[in-house]
Design a protein around this ligand. Sequence first.
Ligand SMILES: Nc1nc2c(ncn2[C@@H]2O[C@H](COP(=O)(O)OP(=O)(O)OP(=O)(O)O)[C@@H](O)[C@H]2O)c(=O)[nH]1
Length: 373
Amino acid sequence: MEFESNPDSNTPHLLLLGLRRSGKSSIQKVVFAKMPPNDTLYLGTTTKTDARPAIKSFIDLQIWDCPGQIDYLEEGVFDAQNIFANAGAIVYVIDAQDDFTDSLIRLQSTIEHAYKINPEINFEILIHKVDGLSDDNKQGTLDMISQQVSEEIAEMGIPVEPSYYLTSIYDHSVFEAFSKIIQKLLPQLGTLENLLTAFAEKSGIEKAYLFDTLTKIYIATDASPVDMQSYEICSDMIDVIIDFECIYGKRPPEMDEAPMVAPMQYMMPQDDDQPAEDGLYNQSVVESEGSSLIRLSNGMVLYLREVNRLLLLICLLRSDNLEKRGLIDYNFQCFKKAIVEIFEVTKGARQAHRIDDGMARIQNGFTDSLRED
Ligand SMILES: Nc1nc2c(ncn2[C@@H]2O[C@H](COP(=O)(O)OP(=O)(O)OP(=O)(O)O)[C@@H](O)[C@H]2O)c(=O)[nH]1
């Protein structure tokens, strides 16, 4: 198999598979290379597998975009043994706007083949391009596909349980799907979730997301339920901050201690009758140590803290709870320390019990009150 870029088949990877024009390259480019969705209209057919890093920060993972025109199950075309053996997941893309009969046949043989080589592999099925479907039709298509795939798997007699996602490159759905897909491959996920839950509980935070800055994929969140709206608004905040940095540039290091007040603000409309623009006014504060605050008109606040240049913590909290800012910042420092420890320990020793021991210690360090002195 020929590669366009520099793959390392020993590195864990995600395989993007599916028929021609199903949207594989578009997904790879929009999620991992920041391509505007409309530009994917001009993408040509992929002829060589394109392997690029998913997230450069700390997850050693590559996304391999495989050409839809080749039969990768045919002997001699694709080094299936090697490629499936090291793949963490197969992300199979089905074009929901097209007849998917052939795609499901290909999916069935892919599952059978890949499972024989690597029973640990995750099967993630993207029912893609759903922007062209009505809400009823979306659910109907998902039910139809999942039922058919389950029946085929039952006939094969293998214990595979694929996950299904309704996706489109024109909204947040594809980012949310990849967040969940990548989280399943993170050995540190449980530890990160516990840490975020403890941090949020002690600091009076409603919802906390740990984002990869480059891709807007969230690596982990606290235990409270994820609703699409909170995810979307937190992820939009990253765009606001990046746009802001692009317009005003980064501050010189000597300015690090000085808070910078930017002529920019973002507000949610108060009620449905009011046009969104009426609710917009400017007041966003970018502060020292990479932090930022946006007040929403519904009494909530978005609070962003930079863990490092590649990881962001974004919290949604009631504005009253912002009074405990010192407490939040103290707990954030504990959180930041823990993150460094998690990834250093995993990189080095790769021993889960060492992470858990360390995390228990750090979680005990979070506080829900600060002494006056
Ligand atoms: N409406 C809609 N169109 C999409 C979406 N994703 C991709 N497309 C379009 O689908 C077409 C094919 O996309 P590609 O990404 O080239 O498909 P591919 O699977 O990589 O195709 P091959 O390289 O031939 O295997 C392009 O015109 C994209 O703009 C989506 O979410 N919604």
